[in-house]
Design a protein around this ligand. Sequence first.
Ligand SMILES: Cc1ncc(COP(=O)(O)O)c(C=O)c1O
Length: 326
Amino acid sequence: MNHATRTYDDILELLPSEENPSPMVRIRRLAPLGSVIFAKLEWLNPFGSVKDRTAWEMIRQLEAAGKLGSHTAADGQTHTRGLVEPTSGNTGLSLAAIAAARGYPMRAIVPAKVPRDKKVLLRIAGAEVDVVPDALCPLPGQDEGTIALAKTYARASSHKYAMPNQYENQANAQAHIRTTGPEIWRQTQGNVSHVFVSLGTCGTASGLSKFLKEKNPAIKVLAVQPSPGHDVPGLRNTSELGASKLFDPALIDEIIEIDYELAYSTAIELCRTEGMLAGPSSGLVFEGARRFAAREPIPCGVAIFADSVFKYASTLARHIPDLAIE
Ligand SMILES: Cc1ncc(COP(=O)(O)O)c(C=O)c1O
C-alpha cells in the first residue's frame, strides 16, 4: 500500500486510519460567523459510511478469535462461517463488502422501513437479506424483530454464522478509539474544541468521547438527536436508546434535539451551498452544530458526516416537495 500515491493491493487497505484519515473539510458559507466547523466526510471511506470503521473492527476481532472462515464442525464436515447482523443499512453494507473481500457469506436482517435502495445495495454487495417488520433502526431489547432474528440464526446455525452485534459489541466504540479519535486529534493538531455526532448504536459518540476527553477533558462532545417520531435512517432519539449497551450519558456533554424535518432541508442546504453531498444524518448534525454556535462560538468544531446523500434521493423527494419529479 502507498498512501502517498494512493495505490493499493487490496480494497481493505483503503479503510481509514491515522495514516489514512477520512478528509475534514471546513464548512465555509453555512457556519455562523466567528465559529470554525469542519465536516469529517465519512462517505469517502471505501464502502461509503462511518460504519466501515465499526464493521472492520468487529470483523478483525472475530478473525483474531478464529470465529470466521473455514472450520471443521463436530460432524467432521468443513464449513465456512460468515456473518449475520441486524442492520438499518450502513453497517450491513460495510460488513457485506468486507465479507466479500474476505470470502465470507453474509446475512443481513433489515427492518422493513429501511429505504428500498439500501436493501437492494445489500444484495448488490452479496448479502442475503431478510426483511422484518421492526422500527426504522433495530430496537435492542425487543423480543421480536431484527435483533432477535439475527440472534436466532447465530444460535441455531452457529456453524454458519457469527453475529458481530454492533449494539452490544465494544469493538464498535473501539473502532473510534483506534481510528476516528486519533485522526481528529492529528488533523486538528490537538486543537479540536467541540465534536458533533448523531446517535444510532452510539459507538461513534462513546468511542470518540473516550479518546478525546482522555487527551483533553475540556473537549465537548455534543450529540444531536432527531425529534421523536422521526424517520431519519440510522438514527435514534434517546427515548429509543434504552437497551443500547454503548450509550453512556456520562460521555456526552449535551444532547441537542432538532426537528427531524431539518435533517432533510439542511442536507439540501449543504448540497446546494457548500457542494457537500451530505445525507440526512449529516444535515441533522450540522443543524445541531449551527444551533450551538448561535449560543457560543466554536473555536475548532468537528461534525461527523456519517454518509452521503446518494442512498436517499427518494427519501429526500418525499420530504422536500420541490425535489419531486416524474
Ligand atoms: C447514516 C448514519 N448516521 C449516523 C449513524 C450513527 O452512528 P452510531 O451507530 O455510531 O451511533 C448511523 C448508524 O447506523 C448511520 O447509519
